[in-house]
Design a protein around this ligand. Structure first.
Ligand SMILES: [Zn+2]
Length: 133
């Protein structure tokens, strides 16, 4: 752990150490998913123990970055309209995120998506998704 890594200075990341690897990879444009080597399953969200078998044998694996819209909602905020979606990744997990680069009317359940990264107000790079062609 480097003290010069800005990700590690982030109070949110410091508060949730089990997410450090995720945010460090996201800063480099890589989507990692927690994987339990005891039961051979991927899960979401990151945590210290596997939600299926309670082992602490958690590794990280790069995700394909591909998924589809599981469900979504258009938030008609006056200054920050956005599409909030649950994205079903190819690895099987559901991620809550935003869909970008797409008119809300063009979004439907099952729409193929690919990951992109966008800076948050706090400076972290967060995974978002856009239509995959
Ligand atoms: Zn497990």
């Amino acid at each position: 752990m480097s003290t010069t890594d800005p990700t590690m200075q982030d109070p949110f990341v410091q508060a949730f150490p089990e997410t450090q690897a995720f945010w460090q990879a996201a800063a480099k444009g890589v989507l990692l998913l927690p994987y339990c080597s005891a039961c051979d399953r991927t899960h979401w969200h990151p945590r210290a123990f596997c939600p299926f078998c309670h082992a602490d044998a958690i590794d990280w694996r790069p995700a394909s970055g591909r998924g589809e819209v599981h469900t979504f909602s258009y938030i008609r905020h006056p200054t920050l309209p956005r599409v909030l979606a649950y994205v079903r990744l190819e690895e099987g997990v559901l991620l809550m995120s935003n869909v970008i680069d797409c008119e809300p009317q063009a979004i439907s359940i099952g729409l193929p998506l690919e990951v992109a990264f966008r800076p948050t107000d706090q400076g972290r790079m967060a995974p978002v998704f856009r239509p995959r062609h």
